[in-house]
Write a protein that binds this ligand. Structure first.
Ligand code: NCD
Ligand code: ZN
Length: 393
């Protein structure tokens, strides 16, 4: 039960030659002479071993929505993108609002080849939180609309007692008018989240889409931004229903400003909000919101490194180190740590349908320039060689 990965790796802030010995899923050494009987996998100079990426916002669907995506399909998308751990969202059918459903879903996720974590949904009966003991609770605008802010405030206080973090999809539904979600809805929620944070509650705001939100919450709450809000705008995205997402894509000028804040380190994490729907649904008259990106998100981030806009250390911090501590997993390439890493072939490419491995094989991100393709992923005791389909352990 051992293997050795030989090549270049990003270890503790520097790129160096390594020979990573993994035994029983644990890194034993970084410069090992391969012991007898261990499979040796040699990578070329054009490959780089990186700490595994961790995505704190995905929708693996299944449960009543398996026609859009399944847990297994979502895990394939993750591996294709060099992602070793995910935090899944609770808006399945039924929505995960009880300790029983929370545990059931975690049990199913435990069988996946990637590390599986789950955000709990807002319970109607807040005593479910003490039973489920989630590390995070996801608050949707729909929860605010149906339960009201006082219920969310009671949740915050229960969460602070139990040590959980409230993860906000931050748009105030009071400002929605029909299907329109104006930027003021996010700004108003950001102001409210800032107040909550100042009261001492632990808040994470996911998929920030406005520079305003970043400025209002920086230093108070943790924040993440998605590839679609960083790389697509309402001006540039021309694929109709495929571009529909919540919060909506913003005008080009705001997208650029958001990207600039992201590049300057004002956003804590990068997370996809990978939200699969069928192509038929996305091309219909009333397309559901959501964009798929998990398979290519790391490659889009690494393109910023390739272009000299971001350091490799920044890319690793944004999509591995910070989210791994948020999710409570280890991705450090270091002896004694579990082998959660990904090997990327350093090549440029334009995102295309062939790059998607889950159920969702289309995305308005198609055509964007990307850099680095995952060719091998070590997670949960196995090394997945993506091009041959082999699994080494
Ligand atoms: C989400 C989904 O499809 O689950 N879609 C999205 O655009 N982010 C739901 C939502 O956040 O409203
Ligand atoms: Zn989402």
């Amino acid at each position: 039960m051992c293997y050795v990965v030989v090549g270049k790796a990003y270890v503790e802030g520097a790129v160096r030659d390594v020979s990573i010995l993994v035994e029983g899923g644990v890194i034993k050494s970084l410069n090992a002479k391969p012991p007898e009987g261990c499979r040796v996998i040699q990578f070329s100079k054009r490959h780089l071993v990186l700490p595994g990426f961790v995505d704190i916002h995905v929708h693996f669907r299944d449960w009543g929505l398996a026609h859009k995506e399944t847990l297994a399909g979502g895990a394939r998308a993750a591996l294709a993108g060099g992602v070793v751990a995910v935090m899944d969202m609770p808006n399945t059918r039924p929505h995960i609002r009880t300790a029983e459903l929370f545990r059931k879903r975690l049990e199913e996720g435990a069988g996946l080849p990637v590390i599986y974590r789950l955000h709990m949904g807002v319970p109607q009966d807040l005593s479910e939180l003490a039973k489920a003991r989630p590390s995070t609770v996801k608050v949707y605008p729909e929860d605010v609309a149906s339960f009201g802010w006082p219920h969310i405030e009671a949740l915050l206080s229960e969460c602070s007692r139990l040590g959980c973090t409230a993860v906000f999809h931050c748009e105030d539904p009071a400002l929605f008018s029909g299907p329109s979600r104006p930027p003021e809805a996010e700004a108003k929620c950001a102001d409210r989240a800032a107040l909550y944070a100042k009261m001492g509650y632990r808040i994470h705001v996911t998929h920030v889409s406005l520079p305003y939100t970043v400025r209002a919450l920086r230093g108070l709450a943790t924040l993440d931004a998605t590839p679609h809000h960083l790389f697509l705008s309402s001006d540039s995205c021309r694929a109709g229903g495929l571009c529909r997402v919540n919060p909506p894509l913003r005008p080009e000028e705001q997208r650029r400003e958001l990207l600039s804040l992201f590049l300057r380190g004002y956003v804590d994490m990068y997370a996809t909000d990978h939200a699969p729907h069928t192509l038929e649904e996305k091309l219909s008259q009333d397309p559901p919101p959501g964009i798929c990106s998990l398979d290519v998100a790391a490659s889009l981030l690494l393109r910023l490194w390739r272009d000299g806009l971001l350091g490799l250390d920044d890319a690793v911090r944004l999509y591995s180190h910070r989210p791994s501590s948020f999710a409570g997993v280890s991705t450090a390439i270091w002896p004694g740590r579990p082998a959660n890493f990904a090997v990327f072939r350093l090549e440029e490419f334009a995102v295309s349908r062939q790059d998607f491995r889950g159920s969702c094989r289309f995305s308005p991100l198609e055509g964007l320039r990307a850099f680095g393709r995952a060719v091998a992923v070590a997670a949960k005791g196995a090394l997945h060689l993506l091009e041959s389909g082999e699994v080494v352990s």
